[in-house]
Design a protein around this ligand. Sequence first.
Ligand code: ADP
Length: 463
Amino acid sequence: MKKRNTVLILGIFAFALMIIAQVIIIRRGWKQVDEMIYHRYRSLAQEANTSLRGSRSMVFDTVSYLLDYYTEDLMKELTQITDDQQLENKKSDIFDYFSTALNTEQDLSLYLSEYFANQDAENEFNHTIIITNLEILSEDTLVVYRDPEFRGRRTSRDSEGVEHSLKGSTSSILVTRPWLVGNNYAVNFDYYIDFTFKRSMILKELSASLGLSIFSIVIVVMIFLYTYRNLMEEQRLSELKTDFINNMTHELKTPLATITVAGKTLEIEKIRQDESKILDTAKLIGKQSIHLNQLINMILEISMWERTEFQLDKKKVDIEEIMNDIVTSFRTGCSDCASLMEKYTFNGAKADIDLVYFTTLINNLLSNAVKYCDKDPEISIEGIAGDNNISIKISDNGIGISKSDQKHVFDKFYRATSGNIHKYKGLGLGLYYVKKIATAHGGDVTVSSKPGKGSIFTVRIPF
Ligand code: ADP
């Protein structure tokens, strides 16, 4: 348990470190690609801006016309304003109008988009126009808005171009700082482009390394889980083996102790003079020797199966007849230890089976049904012949098997963990033996059970 937890904790720790390392690497890569994209589009924007020089006015023709039209009416309105508050409100309206008009009616975005497309570059971007200075030109120039960092109407003009980005963001690039002068206004503004799809652009660039990184993480996790599972399985088997050795010692010692005591009894003069007592003791020795022999044979046989193929000596037999014989001898053998109810609808079906192994299979299931019962055992044995196989269902009213134990009862050495194991003696080999025999016949065996209610074992053999 301690070893298991140490391995698990170390594994999780190593895994966490690996994820952190990968995240750092990916973040660095992301930043590099981000910068690369920024520089690429910055220089593309610069080129586009330079190529526009001669025809710059064209891209702002529509908006200039619109603003001229708007400011013409505005002049009259402004002369009628007397109140300061009213003037401030009007300035705010003017600013909004200019901002909307510039953002929606310019053709620079279209030009840039085409330019980028011609250069095989990404041409889906958003633009942002930020007014830095807005004046209404009348006899007294009215400054509607002026950015505190604005450096003069003419000097700011288009000079630094693409050197800046919006609020230090690498996704927006300053393309140009135009200056538009109409009949009644002068406006300076910054035109930015913003690659909103930059995340997917970066992802595209990083896809190979991201894919490799995820793939390597998945592989490492799979290897870890596989190794961990093997380790757990090894530990489980080693625990099962230890249990088996304890159980085997216990199982073998009981008949041996009885035989030893019986032998000692026979040494007593008084006993030797009573013939009936000699006979009883001899019978006891005989019975215990047979039991001991059966146990040793089962262990030897199972260890032999590990090394050689399972050899069956099959014969075609009337299955109902065989079942009757097996159940009758079980009943006699255990001195009517249980109520056994039989119900067969085999319809004279004949199956190819190895009689010796098949008898052991049914006997093991019957003796378990008697053994794992804490009341008077009631066992029902049903047999049906289907289209391709015969099925034999053995139900009991015993202690039942929990869901988690049901998954393992057919494993070698497995004994259910719930309940008092020592109360029911065994080696954990009976059902393993049953499963081996059923599968060697091309069939299988399954269990369904409810703790406290009983169990049903179903054996299917093809015919
Ligand atoms: P063993 O009986 O020697 O322990 P088996 O392989 O025959 O080994 O059975 C494995 C385990 O399955 C048993 O330890 C027992 O807990 C459980 N089991 C088997 N048959 C029954 C049954 N009919 N009712 C309840 N539990 C059973």
